[in-house]
Ligand binder design. Structure first.
Ligand SMILES: Cc1ncc(COP(=O)(O)O)c(C=O)c1O
Length: 492
């Protein structure tokens, strides 16, 4: 099948009677949300419900949230499978310990632009948890990976950034080049070419400056040639950046050895290695993958669950010798030409620091029991899905890593894929989206795909309901005539 035929097949699935009926049912249950969303569409474009490429179909307007539950504008309570892109996965929405800390400061906080002692308290906590010496606090993962690259360029005086095909590092001009397959429309859209000079840089978004090979080298993931490409240009390299295990290929047993080899090569060759722990920080063990899996990195980047209550916060951690490139000498006039910066008006807002401190303190207090609980839930869910595959032949898999950051993936044996390209051919995008929608009809909130970020957000009863409804949804989809595998099968 070529891309057009694949797209036609998906279009057929999405316009089937089963899907039309399902969409009609979901829409009919949320009139107040539909009316608010229609107004939003005319007035504001940045809301995640309106993002291009994989926005949630028939979004709801959310009024309030507590623990694992949301209440929408129609007054319906839903189990939240989305948890704010997973940022609320540690404790669920509005944990009282974090809310209280923030509430106490409201009314007297000085906010942004000043130094408040809370920053030192958070640094002490993060030093303890991650072992980094110093930090810079920003808002988003995108900003933080961008800042890490800038520090690396300032430190080395070199320009070239090396990243891995299919990696997720954010939406800056270099982050969107040959990145997550789904965002590019692969496998419907042809894959970028790979030759001895690297992977062709193709942006997934319009309006992006074309990538220059002077600034960016994209190496193929899980491919020996990656190491040769790096060695061939080692004198130009400011840093190599990688995820411990790629979001878009969430199989740690395959990704980790590759990431460790990248890290080792950088150590051997004196290159700076940046580990993107935006997803894995505090979730792959409390210290993140660097600590749990013993991956050496010069700079580590954190986001997502670093924030408390979703108040934007990200960080770069590393030795002061490197972060010093963004710190004043103490004499302004001596800084010119010597320093770098990523100055931003609201960075390190005290409420964000406070919420993060409260949330991570709570996690630290929960200790190893948090991770044991989470792993037990993952194992139970995986066992239930394995049973469904055995008994009903339904191709459903819970994929993720660390302490479960992942997806319910509908498709053929995703763990057999060799890389993100292979995975994209095994997943059925229409069925994955329909599983989300079917769960919506059963009283859940999901994003476009059924993400699943386990932690303490869900009770054991919630987990039992999630398992039961995932199983029932898939059986209903199959009985409704939805193809759960794809006619194009594994890698073309
Ligand atoms: C591994 C990784 N790095 C960086 C980012 C970008 O973070 P943000 O969305 O906060 O800009 C993401 C976002 O999902 C991510 O998964």
């Amino acid at each position: 099948m070529n891309g057009a035929e694949m797209m036609a097949f998906t279009g057929e699935v999405m316009s089937s009677d089963y899907v039309m009926n399902l969409m009609g049912r979901v829409a009919a249950e949320q009139p107040a949300s539909n009316a608010l969303v229609a107004r939003l569409r005319e007035a504001s474009v940045g809301n995640p419900t309106q993002w291009p490429f994989h926005a949630v179909p028939l979004p709801v307007a959310v009024k309030s949230a507590q623990g694992s539950r949301l209440v929408d504008a129609d007054g319906r309570e839903r189990i939240d499978l989305f948890l704010g892109f997973g940022t609320q996965s540690l404790h669920g929405h509005n944990p009282p310990e974090v809310v209280d800390a923030v509430r106490q400061a409201l009314g007297s906080t000085v906010g942004n632009g000043y130094f408040n002692e809370i920053e030192l308290k958070l640094v002490d906590l993060l030093r303890d948890i991650t072992g980094n010496e110093a930090f810079v606090f920003l808002h988003s993962g995108t900003e933080a990976t961008g800042a890490a690259v800038r520090i690396a360029r300032a430190a080395t005086g070199k320009r070239l950034v090396v990243k891995v095909e299919s990696a997720t590092h954010g939406t800056h001009d270099w982050g969107v080049q040959s990145s997550v397959a789904l965002m590019h429309g692969h496998p419907f859209v042809p894959w970028p070419k790979v030759d001895e000079t690297g992977v062709e840089a193709l942006p997934f978004a319009k309006g992006v400056s074309p990538s220059s090979s002077v600034d960016l080298l994209i190496v193929p993931h899980l491919d020996e040639r990656a190491f040769e490409m790096i060695l061939a240009r080692k004198d130009e390299i400011a840093c190599v950046i990688a995820e411990p295990s790629n979001v878009s290929f969430p199989f740690p047993e395959k990704c980790l050895p590759f990431t460790k080899r990248l890290s080792k090569l950088c150590q051997d060759e004196g290159l700076l290695f940046v580990l993107d722990e935006v997803q894995t920080g505090f979730r792959w063990g409390i210290g993140g993958a660097a600590v749990t899996e013993n991956i050496h990195a010069d700079l580590r980047v954190y986001g997502k669950v670093l924030s408390g209550l979703g108040i934007p916060l990200s960080a770069v951690g590393g030795p002061m010798a490197l972060l010093d490139h963004a710190r004043t000498t103490g004499v302004n006039l001596a800084d010119f030409g010597q320093k770098t910066t990523f100055m931003s008006t609201h960075m390190g807002h005290h409420m964000a620091l406070l919420a993060s401190h409260a949330s991570l303190s709570l996690l630290q207090k929960k200790g190893e029991a948090f991770y044991t609980r989470t792993r037990t839930r993952i194992a139970r869910l995986r066992e239930r899905l394995a049973q469904l595959r055995r008994d009903e032949g339904i191709p459903i898999h819970a994929v993720g890593y660390g302490d479960f950051i992942g997806l319910l993936m509908v498709g053929e044996s995703p763990h057999l894929a060799d890389d993100a390209r292979g995975l994209a051919h095994r997943v059925n995008p229409a069925a994955s989206l329909l599983l989300s929608l079917s769960l919506r009809a059963r009283g859940f909130y999901t994003y476009s795909w059924p993400f699943l970020f386990l932690g303490d957000a869900y009770s054991d009863d919630d987990m039992a309901r999630i398992e039961e409804d995932v199983v029932d949804s898939l059986i209903e989809m199959r009985d409704g005539g939805v193809a759960l595998t794809t006619p194009w099968g594994a890698r073309l």
